[in-house]
Each structure stands twice: as structure tokens, then as C-alpha cells.
Ligand binder design. Structure first.
Ligand SMILES: [Zn+2]
Length: 319
């Protein structure tokens, strides 16, 4: 597989016709230029790459050495980039397998005659254990009900040392029980921030607490919804680029799950899932994942349910 000259393609800037407002034709032209650049590179089509870049391109490239440390910035001109696209010495895998690089681009921003374009992002959802789930887009990572005390009250064990969130890391905690939050594991991770009810956040230095019922961080919107369980338990509705997730926490109250907006993924305990069924709540979600399950399989499971395996992850594209 041909390695792209830069690990991150993001922020390709190009000249678009002067425009005051973005029209459909402008968007198509911007996407076309970005696709010429990406697909031209992966298919060794130097003409497409040449069409996409300014003749006086000055591309700064950051490579990483074998130890992962960044090497000094290097410069690449338009002709070096175009020659690189033509050179297919290291591209035999693609041709043998007939694999085509699938490019999906997103226009991130348009300001006057400059457009910023990136490869469309995906969200990765990783079920760590018990009620602990990591959502990450590579820039921001939310650690829902993490870190918790491994094996607390007989729930799933995991290795907290393996939690290595990328980008800005925020713990999003439903309530102050050890199977949802362990301050002794959180406090040493000095760069991690936290969102949670007062019984949780008062145990953390104030400069690490994000206050408010509604917090926007990176591409995430996080809304805390007070729900019954402990005195200040809260469930969360989390939006990311048009996707909506809902984490019930430990609440037993079927009315805690909203009928709107429509949810892409509902993370729900086995007992609340049963309550939702007996309340004959019609599904307002695409996928319900049962979390906070007992390790001996003794939970009552009502009807069909999505039992995501511990450690499993899935991705979702932006909507
Ligand atoms: Zn619990």
C-alpha cells in the first residue's frame, strides 16, 4: 500500500473563485479538487494531482521516525509532489489486489476564497467494560464512565493502564459509584478533564472540571440529563457530527430515555431495557447496546438485544 506523503491529509487549502456565499457548484468544485489530489495520489495519476495543486505549492511534511518522534519539517514543492504521484515503485500491493483507495472528503470551512478540506471523519466507539465506553474522532476522546475500578461489585475487569485516549481527553461520569468512576485512577492522569455531577466533580481539582449541563468540546455536544438513581445521577445525550448517542447510566426509570431526538445508539442497562419493553416504548433508537452486564451471564435479557462483546469497537461515519 502506497504510503501517503503526510500522515494527515487535513487542511488542503486551495484557491476557489472569489465568492461571497457557497453555492452547490462551489462545493462540487472544491470536492473535485480535493478528490483529484487524494485519488490522483493513490492511483498514480499525476495529471489529477497537478490539476489540484498550485504551481507554487509549498507543502510542509512532518514524518515520524521509527521511535515515533517527529523529524524536522521538510518541504515539498508542486513538482516533487507530482513526481511522487507518478512514481509507483512502492504501489504494487494496490495494483495486485485491485484495491482502490476510497476517498471521502468533507469541506470543513470556507472563508472568502479559501476552503479547508479534510478527509471525512469517523467516530470510533470502543466498549472497554462495564459501563465504560470511549468515543473518539482522533481529536477528542470522551471516556464515558471511565476510569472505573476494575472488577468493582463483580462487574467486568479491564486494565486501566491500557486507557490511552488520543487528543483532548474528557471523562464523562454518570454518578459516584466505584463501578463508574474511580478518582484514584483519574487524578494521576493530569491532562484529563471531567464532566459529572457534583458528587463526582467535588473530588477533582476545579481547573479540571468542565461545568454546565451542556458542554461543547471539539465536535462533541454533551448534554447532562438528571435521572433517578443516586441523588445527582445523570444520563448523557452526546452528539457528534449529526450522530446522537445516549448513555443511560444506572437509572431504572424508563421515562429517562427520550422519545426524541431519534438516537443512533442507545447504551442501556439490561434492567432499563426490560423496563422500556414493559412500558411498551416504541423504539426511538437505531441500535440498543446492553452495557453494565454481569460477567456470569445472570442478567435478565428481555427480547432481542445487542450484546456487544467487551473490548469490541465499531465506527460510525459523520451523518
Ligand atoms: Zn453501576
Amino acid at each position: 500500500m502506497k504510503r501517503f506523503v503526510s500522515t494527515v491529509l487535513a487542511l488542503l487549502t486551495m484557491s476557489a473563485p472569489a465568492l461571497n456565499a457557497q453555492s452547490a457548484a462551489d462545493s462540487a468544485a472544491i470536492r473535485g479538487a480535493a478528490l483529484d489530489y487524494i485519488e490522483g495520489w493513490y492511483t498514480n495519476n499525476a495529471e489529477r494531482v497537478e490539476r489540484a495543486v498550485h504551481p507554487q505549492l509549498a507543502k510542509r511534511v512532518v514524518m515520524r521516525g521509527p521511535d515515533g518522534a517527529p523529524e524536522p519539517l521538510s518541504n515539498m514543492t508542486a513538482s516533487e509532489l507530482i513526481d511522487g504521484a507518478r512514481d509507483d515503485d512502492d504501489d504494487t500491493d494496490d495494483e495486485e489486489s485491485g484495491e482502490r483507495h476510497h476517498a471521502d472528503v468533507a469541506i470543513l470551512d470556507i472563508y472568502e476564497n479559501i476552503a479547508s478540506v479534510g478527509q471525512a471523519q469517523e467516530l470510533t466507539v470502543h466498549f472497554v467494560g462495564n459501563a465504560g465506553v470511549v468515543l473518539t474522532d482522533g481529536d477528542t476522546s470522551l471516556l464515558v464512565d471511565l476510569p472505573y475500578e476494575s472488577g468493582a461489585f463483580g462487574y467486568m475487569r479491564y486494565d486501566p493502564a491500557l486507557l490511552r485516549p488520543v487528543g483532548t481527553a474528557i471523562s464523562v461520569i454518570t454518578h459516584d459509584h466505584r463501578d463508574h468512576f474511580d478518582p484514584d485512577l483519574f487524578l494521576p492522569q493530569s491532562s484529563w478533564l471531567i464532566i459529572g455531577p457534583p458528587s463526582v466533580t467535588t473530588r477533582v481539582p476545579p481547573e479540571r472540571v468542565l461545568l454546565g449541563d451542556s458542554v461543547r468540546i471539539g465536535a462533541f455536544d454533551i448534554v447532562a440529563i438528571p435521572t433517578p438513581h443516586t441523588p445527582d445521577h445523570q444520563s448523557y445525550r452526546i452528539r457528534w457530527r449529526g450522530r446522537v448517542f445516549y448513555f443511560t447510566g444506572d437509572t431504572e426509570d424508563a421515562t429517562a430515555v427520550p422519545s426524541s431526538p431519534y438516537l443512533d445508539v442507545l447504551f442501556v442497562t439490561p434492567w432499563l431495557h426490560c423496563s422500556l419493553r414493559s412500558a411498551r416504548r416504541s423504539a426511538s433508537w437505531d441500535r440498543a447496546v446492553l452495557y453494565h452486564r454481569r460477567t456470569d451471564g445472570s442478567d435478565t435479557i428481555c427480547g432481542s438485544a445487542d450484546l456487544l462483546e467487551q473490548g469490541a469497537q465499531f465506527t460510525m461515519p459523520a451523518h
